[in-house]
Design a protein around this ligand. Structure first.
Ligand code: ADP
Ligand code: ZN
Length: 869
């Protein structure tokens, strides 16, 4: 009776346009529609008949029968024909359209595209895109409209319709669940159709209670000619209400009038006011900010802005500006005309909690037109923001990766700030989408520009923007460059425009970077984790009342603990990793924690293997740095900024505010320091040990290390005082360190790209990772082998029938165990498919592959993985 779950395949041969109806024009004479039903026991797309009198478009919220229930669903797409194996006689029908156009026109195309490209069932994509609980357990209800005559006019209505109307009119609110009405009145459906046609009732979908719109009591002045006798208090309340324009929240009125609610209730009884429940929208609580005006742009900024403003329709722009070059100011001024045109802007940032300053700057410029949307909002907040966005008022939505699905109907521009950041890619659950990729499709579908901003663009964006060619053309990076467009299909990356800001605002110098060879420090007798250079710099900074940042790769105290007698390393019992030693202050409580699964235990006093009392801590984390600072520089005031100290909501902002107000001299932190800190008084940046970043077994390790080190260095000297950076390492000759010191992105990119090209790694090849995991080591390994076999034969068959002109290239690597095989007691294996970008490979669907996995072994497909296991 129902269709199967829609399982789109990765094959690009099934083009997106064939999935959507042109122009949203549908025949009114019935047909079929696929409906996404999202209620317990039913997940996926089901096909229903469309009754002749109904107009159903994709994006409509409909009510459909499901089993014995009536449930809410979303119309996905109309079907002109039913597949041959379906019997039209057994199909059930859509009952009603509850709400038209709940999604912007091209929205479904986008979701389909995501499902298809990332090999994920559509319902999973919908889960990511929609606020949680929007459809689940939604209830259809029927209510009277103002037009309903009272008492019912018997002559014109059938007995069932009369029965329904009487029931509704007997109820105080005139509102019942459809389920209830059906139980009370036989053949209620026919009667309802009648009432709906007359416009005497309406039907609506009530969201589940957790996300029901919040109601507040509002008080309004009633129109009335003569004021009856009122007490002084009552008159006073009316006067307040009049001064506020005749309408106030009850709570505010009580507060201002210093009266109890009985006073207002009496006024209501006397007919002077009306008290009514009103919906309020819940938004992220806004911190008031001081409004600001657009800054006078530098010539370079003005040139970039002019180019951006001249863009009409779809275009991808890489805005490559060094740290502190004024990119954010350009975003602000590029968005202003978009709002003036009545359109909206979508601004995606890596992590909202880390960028309170950025959000503040947007609020200072655009005030209440700025909305924040991310997964840390409560369900209610997300639901309200969602509905608010659909209203289509011009606004700026700032959000993290899932905000790429924000349903703004009039999108005028999409901006990805710090576009190189790995948090734009979702690890789990599926779909493992990248917000940049989705934003590329979206900007194309809605025909608006996409601006990718970064000081350290990812190599994919750099190549798309023709960065390599640009470099050959000019000595410095050209500031404006159009690469020759190669292909325009949706699967190939869109050609993009390259704009650069190679200098900081007001020609402030980039901070010089001094590399300190820690091997030499040791040879010369300095056993401290701080080189003499860094010690001197800290002292100078303190003397001059400036501030500094110390970057350290790891949180915790020490990265591992081992026995000096037998060499035993303390490991997590659930994962193949060593435990991290945690101690927040000298003499404080000592614990061991696993950074993969969260396991924790107290620190043993003796080695659990040989019982020797010689356990030693190796490697340093943020806590150790804090302790060493306290020891060597007792007068320095330090704050720790890592995921341990910022767990609570709002704690990022609180810590940054304390630091900005001068409560501390030094902020000691992990990668969080690299994001969004724009403090003019920071002059010193110290990298305690760069090495943790350099030696990771991943083809993107160098790129990531370059980005992190460049970004953290870029926090220094953003104000009037010049900055300096001290970078400590045991590998001063490492190419990444050299590129960071020279501050030459193109040189780094060129060296890295040559290696990528030789090995067919992105951006010159594409990767798809097939990840298997389970509690049974043997079962996981066997499944991986079987799956590899299956995939190989599939790909061979694909290759033999390939008609593509290019020589196809693909390689299936593995099966191989993950670098850390066991995490949280699950064993992990991986297959990696590598293929050339111009070869359109047809992948089997997730369902097909899962049929090769026994129960207990789970499979996920990660398309374009950022990290290899
Ligand atoms: P980026 O986003 O490239 O790191 P920002 O936009 O944050 O750079 O600018 C760096 C600093 O310079 C900020 O404090 C910002 O207020 C300031 N700034 C940006 N543009 C101008 C301008 N045209 N005139 C004066 N100050 C500016
Ligand atoms: Zn663990």
């Amino acid at each position: 009776m129902y269709s199967n779950l829609l399982e789109p395949s990765l094959s690009p041969r099934r083009s997106v346009s064939s999935l959507a109806e042109p122009n949203n024009r549908y025949p009114t004479e019935g047909g079929w529609v696929e409906v996404l039903v999202d209620c317990p026991g039913a997940e996926g797309l089901y096909t229903y008949a469309v009754p002749p009198h109904l107009q159903v478009r994709s994006g409509d919220i409909v009510s459909v029968p499901f089993g014995a229930q009536q449930v809410g669903g979303i119309a996905i797409q109309r079907l002109r024909q039913l597949s041959a194996d379906r019997d039209p006689a057994t199909m059930r029908s859509v009952e009603d359209v509850i709400s038209h156009g709940f999604f912007p026109p091209t929205y479904w195309e986008l979701l389909q595209r995501v499902a298809q490209y990332y090999c994920t069932p559509l319902i999973q994509v919908v889960r990511v895109a929609l606020p949680p609980g929007l459809l689940g357990r939604s209830q259809r209800r029927i209510r009277l409209t103002a037009a309903a005559p009272f008492p019912p006019i018997r002559e014109v209505l059938s007995p069932t319709a009369q029965q329904l109307l009487t029931l509704l009119q007997a109820q105080k609110q005139g509102d019942y669940s459809w389920h209830y009405l059906q139980r009370q009145v036989r053949s209620a459906n026919r009667g309802l159709t009648e009432l709906l046609q007359r416009g005497w009732v309406e039907s609506y979908l009530e969201p589940p209670s957790v996300v029901r719109p919040r109601q507040r009591q509002a008080v309004m002045l009633a129109h009335q000619p003569s004021i009856p006798s009122l007490s002084g208090q009552q008159q006073e309340v009316l006067a307040i209400l009049r001064r506020q324009g005749g309408e106030m929240w009850l709570q505010d009125l009580l507060q201002q009038g210093q009266v109890s609610s009985s006073v207002v209730r009496t006024l209501e009884r006397k007919g002077c006011v009306v008290i009514r429940s009103q919906e309020v929208l819940r938004f992220d609580a806004t911190v008031p900010v001081v409004p600001d005006q657009p800054k006078a742009l530098t010539d370079e900024q003005a040139e970039v802005l002019a180019t951006l403003k001249a863009l009409t329709g779809h275009a991808q722009v890489l805005l490559h500006g060094v740290t502190g070059s004024g990119k954010t100011e350009i975003y602000l001024q590029a968005i202003a005309p978009v709002l003036q045109r009545g359109q909206s802007a979508l601004v995606l940032v890596p992590e909202i909690g880390l960028t309170p300053q950025l959000t503040d700057r947007f609020r200072a410029r655009f005030g209440s037109a700025v909305h924040v949307y991310h997964s840390a909002l409560s369900d209610g907040e997300r639901y309200d923001t969602w509905r608010q966005m659909l209203e289509g008022t011009p606004q700026v939505v700032i959000g993290t990766r899932s905000a790429v699905f924000a349903p703004l109907p009039q999108l005028g521009v999409i901006i990805l700030d710090e576009e190189h950041d790995g948090s734009f890619k979702q690890d789990q659950p599926v779909p493992c989408y990248h917000a940049r990729t989705v934003a590329q499709w979206r900007s194309k579908l809605v025909n608006c520009p996409l601006i990718l901003g970064s000081a350290t663009p990812c190599l994919e964006s750099w190549v798309e923007a023709g960065g390599r060619e640009a470099r050959e053309d000019r000595k410095d990076i050209s500031r404006l460059f159009f690469p020759s467009s190669s292909s325009s299909s949706l699967t190939s990356p869109p050609p993009s425009l390259y704009l650069s800001l190679p200098r900081r605002i007001h020609d402030r110098p980039m901070p010089p970077i001094e590399v300190v060879d820690m091997r030499r420090e040791l040879h010369q007798g300095n056993r401290s984790i701080f080189s003499r250079s860094l010690q001197d710099a800290l002292q100078t900074m303190r003397d001059q009342h400036q501030q500094g940042l110390l970057f350290i790769h790891r949180r915790g105290h020490s990265t591992f603990v081992s026995c000096r007698s037998c060499g035993h390393v303390m490991e997590c019992p659930h994962c193949d990793v060593s435990l991290t030693y945690h101690q927040t202050q000298l003499g404080g409580h000592e614990t061991l924690r696993c950074h993969y699964c969260g396991y924790g235990r107290s620190h043993p006093s003796r080695c659990p293997v040989c019982d020797a009392p010689y356990l030693k801590h190796f490697g340093s984390g943020t806590q150790r740095v804090m302790q060493e600072l306290a020891q060597h520089f007792p007068s320095l005031r330090c704050l720790r900024f890592d995921s341990d100290t910022t767990r609570a909501k709002g704690s990022h902002r609180a810590l940054l505010t304390r630091f900005a107000s001068g409560e501390a001299d030094i902020l000691v932190g992990t990668q969080m320091l690299t994001k969004g800190i724009d403090l003019p008084q920071v002059t010193l940046v110290g990298v305690v040990a760069a090495d943790g970043l350099l030696h990771l077994a991943d083809f993107r390790a160098s790129e990531r290390a370059f980005q992190v080190l460049t970004q953290v260095a870029g926090r220094a000297g953003r104000g009037a005082d010049p900055g300096r950076v001290i970078l400590q390492t045991y590998s001063p000759q490492h190419p990444v360190i050299e590129a960071v010191v020279q501050q030459t992105y193109p040189l780094f990119a060129e060296a890295e790209l040559q290696q990528r090209q030789a090995l067919h790694y992105p951006p010159y090849g594409r990767l798809v990772a097939f990840r298997l995991s389970g509690f049974d080591a043997e079962a996981v390994q066997q499944t991986a082998t079987a799956l590899a076999h299956h995939l190989r034969s599939r790909l061979e068959a694909e290759l033999s029938t390939s008609t593509s002109g290019q020589t196809p290239f693909y390689e299936l690597l593995g099966p191989a165990p993950a670098a850390i095989v066991r995490v949280a007691r699950r064993y992990r294996w991986q297959l990696l498919l590598k293929f050339s970008t111009h070869y359109e490979i047809g992948l089997p669907t997730l369902t097909e592959l899962r049929s090769h996995c026994p129960a207990g072994v789970s499979l996920t497909i990660d398309v374009d993985p950022l990290r290899l296991l």
